[in-house]
Ligand binder design. Structure first.
Ligand SMILES: [Zn+2]
Ligand SMILES: [Zn+2]
Length: 358
């Protein structure tokens, strides 16, 4: 049996462990992808710190929900891709049968409501040499993209793009968008706002280096988060407030800042899972405000994101780590020391069989 190294959750409230596991064989409509790069996400940290029962997942499973690579093998009923095709993997797998899934909205699947399911989310993910995907419909062609830049498109860019698109009507040339938290997702959101809207972009973060990255990505105004009040944000945006505030941190302080900074009739979009709560009541947020809590995006939107990256309109900033350094990279992410996205290269077994040759 051929085996591979994979970074797996084996126990709750623990770091993942590098283990030797069999290389899966695709059956039915499954597709096997040889992973070239996998991004690390804060969601993984939430999974690691969760107690048993907090997520509807059975252990063990391999982490990694941002994966790019090449098609390695197809199940007998798989079609739509060829061996060797470069792809980005859509990792949020729905039931395929409910109304939301039938409309292409796997991210809103009503039958998987208690946490996302998919690659690295209860099913084996991309922090391995190979990743088994249930269907070619979850693969987006990514010819010409460096896998290190392509992997973060699967969540960091997709989730940001979906969040921005929900507010497109608000984002005209006279409007202002505030991005709170310029991390893996937020730095992509600034670029997406720049690429597909004409709104003025205000970026907020506690880290100077992140604000510098936001400026380089197109933010017209950057504000250090330390001691920042909604009054300060309004002084920089418009006394009426910002048309759209997207919170990629999601703790109580940032959500209060978002609620205090949004204009009447604007949008507050709650993306970060920082454990905070946003209360909706007269006096707490302006009238006519829309509050959204998006998660991921659709497969179609992932294709749009890949097209933006292929055209050079968005570019994920990546810190690259070897497989053996992945747990250390998660530690840096936990400490807020990663700029952009941490991306891990898979461990490559020294094999001579032609299927695995490079
Ligand atoms: Zn994620
Ligand atoms: Zn469904």
């Amino acid at each position: 049996m051929t085996t591979m190294r994979a970074l797996r959750m084996t126990e709750w409230e623990s770091d993942p462990v590098a283990s030797e596991v069999p290389v899966p064989e695709p059956t039915g409509s499954e597709v096997l992808v040889e992973v070239a790069a996998a991004g690390l996400c804060r969601t993984d940290l939430h999974i690691m710190s969760a107690s048993a029962g907090a997520y509807p997942y059975t252990l063990p499973f391999t982490l990694g929900h941002e994966s790019a690579g090449r098609v390695a093998a197809l199940g007998p009923e798989a079609s739509g891709v060829e061996v060797g095709d470069p792809v980005v993997v859509y990792a949020r797998w729905g039931c395929g049968a409910c109304w939301q899934c039938a409309n292409g909205r796997d991210n809103a699947c009503v039958r998987t409501p208690h946490g996302p399911h998919g690659a690295g989310l209860g099913h084996d993910g991309g922090l391995a040499e190979y990743l088994l995907v249930p269907s070619a419909r979850y693969l987006v062609p990514a010819a010409g993209l460096d896998p290190v830049r392509a992997a973060p498109l699967a969540d960091a860019a997709l989730t940001s793009y979906h969040a921005v698109k929900l507010s497109l009507e608000q984002l005209h040339a006279e409007s202002t968008a505030v991005v709170i938290g310029v991390g893996g997702l937020g730095h992509m959101a600034v670029q997406v706002l720049k690429a597909i809207t004409r709104a003025r972009i205000v970026a907020v973060d506690v880290r100077d280096a992140a604000l510098e990255m936001a400026r380089a990505a197109g933010a017209g105004v950057t504000l250090p988060a330390d001691g920042l009040s909604a009054h300060d944000v309004r002084a920089e945006t418009d006394p009426d407030g910002a048309n759209v505030v997207i919170d990629f941190v999601g703790n109580s302080a940032t959500l209060a800042l978002a609620a205090g900074s949004v204009a009447q009739g604007g949008d507050v979009t709650f993306v970060g899972r920082g454990g905070g709560e946003l209360r909706v009541a007269p006096g707490l947020i302006p009238y006519e405000t829309t509050v959204r809590m998006p998660t991921w995006g659709t497969v179609a939107e992932l294709a749009e994101v890949v097209a933006l990256a292929t055209d050079g309109k968005i570019h994920s900033e990546a810190e690259v780590y070897e497989f053996d350094d992945a747990v250390n990279a998660y530690g840096k992410l936990r400490q807020g020391e990663v700029l952009g996205r941490a991306v891990v290269l898979p461990a490559r077994a020294r094999r001579s069989s032609p299927a695995h040759a490079h």
